[in-house]
Structure formats: C-alpha cells, structure tokens
Design a protein around this ligand. Structure first.
Ligand code: PLP
Length: 242
C-alpha cells in the first residue's frame, strides 16, 4: 500500500468511528439517557491488525474479538498496554486458558464450568478477569447463552470467584425486523440486570446492541454496544453461529 492510500484508509476508519459515536449520541438523546452513558466496543473479529491500529490511532481503546487463536495472534502483535480486549465469542472449555491469560474482559460466559476454568487459569499477577454473563433472552433452543432462570446461580458462582469480577450481562437477541419485539426482549434483560445489581454492586455493564439494533438496545437501557460491520466493514466470513 502506498503511504497515500494508507492515509486515506486511516481517515476512513476514523470517520466510521466518529459516525458510530454520533449514532450512539443521537440514540442516547432520543432515549433521554445521559450523554456518554453508553460505551462502544469496536468488534474487530476477522479484520486485519492494521484496522485496529487505525482505530487505536483515532483514539479508540476497547476492542472485541470472537475467535481465540486469531485474537491471541492480534493481541501479541499489539502490545499497547492500554488496549482493553474483550472476548465475545463462544467459549469451548479447551480454550479457556488463552482467554484467561490474554483478555481483560470476557462477555460470553454461559455456564459454571467455563467460569470455574477461567477463575483457576487467570494468572495471579493479573487483575481479576471482568466477566459478563451471556444470557439467552430469546427462548430459542438453538441460541447460545445462559437460560434466564439459571443466571442467578451463575452470577453467584462468578461473584465468589477470586480471580473473576462480575461486571454484568450480555445478549445477542434472535434476529427480527420487529423493533417493538426487540425493545421488549432487551428490556427484559435490563430488568434482570437491575434486579441482580442490587445483590452484586460490581455489576455496571449491560452489553447489548450491534450494528443492526443499536437504537433499540439503547432505548431499553444498554450501557455498551458492540459494533463491527459499521466500523470495519462487512466480514468475509460469518458471524458466530448461534
Ligand atoms: C460479530 C459480533 C458483533 C458485531 O456485530 P456487527 O453486526 O458486525 O456489528 C457483536 N457482538 C457479538 C457477540 C459478535 O459476535
């Protein structure tokens, strides 16, 4: 790539980030939420390290990845100490160690066995791993996530794990064009979050909303949206299956 092309490319990522922030700001305003109450996770899965560097140079610090090996390769190439890496993909139990060693957040914990392994494998010289429980709010058997009725048991387990900090909940709703339905499911998770938070004050993060449903999620009380496509462009290989 010639320097000039590369410069143009950087402007593009910076501009896309700027529009993502503007979209969030507008949604906060419309939903009468305080300005900057919703944070942005830039989802860089499947995208080259250069695009992460571009976003970093534009001032962004929170990045989300879904595939363990790909993520660890990128993290090793970017030893910036102030990047906050979030793991957001499905977790197989034989992949918990690299997650526990390389990330500061995991948003996709859905069962005790995985939480237990992450707790035991989190190195003692690192701060506790910040954990979100991924909740299945769509009553869809094929979807991943902890069933709503099992969330409180998992929350209790995480809260009493020394090397884990329970920070909140995350969800990926079933796809639908029905905005009202979407807001209703997101609101159901917000209610669950508010209830649990009275018991676990370390909970401060409700991660919901992706490129397609940022406004619905913010209306329902999201505190973090996870945006991939709108910042980095369409992906060549598919989003996680769920
Ligand atoms: C890929 C992914 C995203 C980003 O999705 P976009 O539609 O590209 O914004 C958000 N959350 C999770 C869990 C993902 O796997």
């Amino acid at each position: 790539m010639t320097p000039q092309l590369s410069d143009n490319y950087m402007v593009t990522i910076a501009e896309r980030l700027k529009s993502a922030y503007a979209r969030i700001a507008l949604a906060e305003k419309k939903a009468q939420k305080p300005a900057q109450s919703v944070s942005l996770l830039a989802v860089s899965k499947t995208k080259p390290v250069q695009l992460i560097i571009d976003a970093y140079e534009a001032g962004h610090r929170k990045f989300g990845e879904s595939y363990v090996q790909e993520a660890v390769d990128k993290i090793k190439q970017l030893p910036h100490r102030d990047i906050e890496w979030h793991f957001i993909g499905p977790i197989q139990s034989n992949k918990t160690k690299p997650i526990a060693e390389n990330f500061s957040w995991v948003q996709s914990v859905e069962r005790i066995k995985i939480a237990d392994r992450l707790n035991k494998q989190r190195p003692n010289n690192l701060l506790p791993l910040n954990v979100l429980i991924q909740v299945n709010i769509s009553n869809d058997a094929a979807k991943s996530g902890c069933p709503v009725e099992e969330v409180s048991e998992l929350a209790e387990f995480i809260a009493q794990s020394r090397q884990l900090t329970l920070r909140g909940l995350m969800t990926i709703p079933a796809q639908t064009d029905n905005e009202a339905e979407l807001i209703a499911s997101f609101s159901q998770l917000r209610a669950c979050f508010d209830t649990l938070k009275t018991q676990y004050p370390s909970m401060d993060t409700l991660s919901m909303g992706m490129s397609g449903d940022v406004e619905a999620a913010i209306t329902a009380g999201s505190t973090m949206v996870r945006i991939g496509t709108d910042i980095f462009g369409a992906r060549d290989y598919p989003t996680q299956q769920h």
